[in-house]
Design a protein around this ligand. Sequence first.
Ligand SMILES: Cc1cc2nc3c(=O)[nH]c(=O)nc-3n(C[C@H](O)[C@H](O)[C@H](O)COP(=O)(O)O)c2cc1C
Length: 347
Amino acid sequence: MTLQELLGIELPIIQAPMAGVQGSALAVAVSNAGGLGSLPCAMLGPEAMRKELAVLTSQSRGPFNVNFFCHVPPKPDQEREAAWRRLLAPYYKEFDVDPESIPAGPGRAPFSHGTADVLSEFKPPVVSFHFGLPSPKLLERLRAWDPVILSSATTVQEARWLEAHGADAIIAQGLEAGGHRGHFLSGDLTLQMATFALVRQIVWEVKVPVIAAGGIADAQGVAAALALGATGVQIGTAYMLCAEASTGLVHRAALKSKTARHTALTNLFSGGPARGIMNRAMRELGSMNDAAPPFPLAAAAMAPLRAKAEAAGSGDFSPLWSGQNAAGCKEIPATQLTRELAGGFRR
Ligand SMILES: Cc1cc2nc3c(=O)[nH]c(=O)nc-3n(C[C@H](O)[C@H](O)[C@H](O)COP(=O)(O)O)c2cc1C
């Protein structure tokens, strides 16, 4: 089955959900261009989610995707948090931040019965997850309107697990991909494969359609992924300079500069490994630092440093999420980019 048949879209392109850099505007533009637009909900409360879903439902002429994280929230650990803040103390001093004034807080909540309540008002045609799948009870609630369910796999083992637990298609997220790794069965990052090696092996191992993600940024990349047996692609980084994205100015400047050629996995900004452009924090603290509390708890202590640095026009302490191929980022409308990515491809 092609991705177009599975999702009822024209082009084999999914715009990757990207929490923090886009909302309904980008998703509407991509869906109306014939791809599948996605709304990332990981950082939205119920009211903000309702608002965004109302826009998507009323403005998109085609199907769209709504995306959630389903991590298991860690227990806050005061000692670990204190050690993390001690490590950041010289920066608090440099930026004149009072560490006592920094609130703790998770920032990103997993999919829950509360979010399922909101979704049931809108019945989105596609729902995608990062970090596995929600509990069988929660999945059952979605089946009430039977959306297509997608989730990311970073290993063949995760792909098999997702197929066995109810995913209708699998997003093979290679290590080139920007943002958080979707890994959920093991924290061993050495298990991660590059997109083409991963796609090929998942295609051999599962029966459900496979969607390639990571480092795909032009029509040739899309064609190559399809030639390897992917049924479609999910593309994130390439959309980040589109006017419909809400990517901040500092982040946009980094994506446009040569520094975007150097990305690395870092846990400094949330606690979970995610790919971003190398910056001062990553260079000085080490891009993976054992002192960072687990996902998503590391974010709170970093937030004021990011705010102060960004106010001065610097991305030194920002999560500059990007995949390894920012060369496809274009400052053009998302409709045009979607069509360019699809090349001459039609259903
Ligand atoms: C800025 C950014 C934010 C992201 N946020 C999410 C998210 O909220 N949910 C999700 O499932 N994937 C997220 N991802 C990962 C994408 O789904 C996808 O795997 C990735 O963008 C594909 O690689 P590419 O960026 O090289 O195209 C994010 C990626 C980026 C670049």
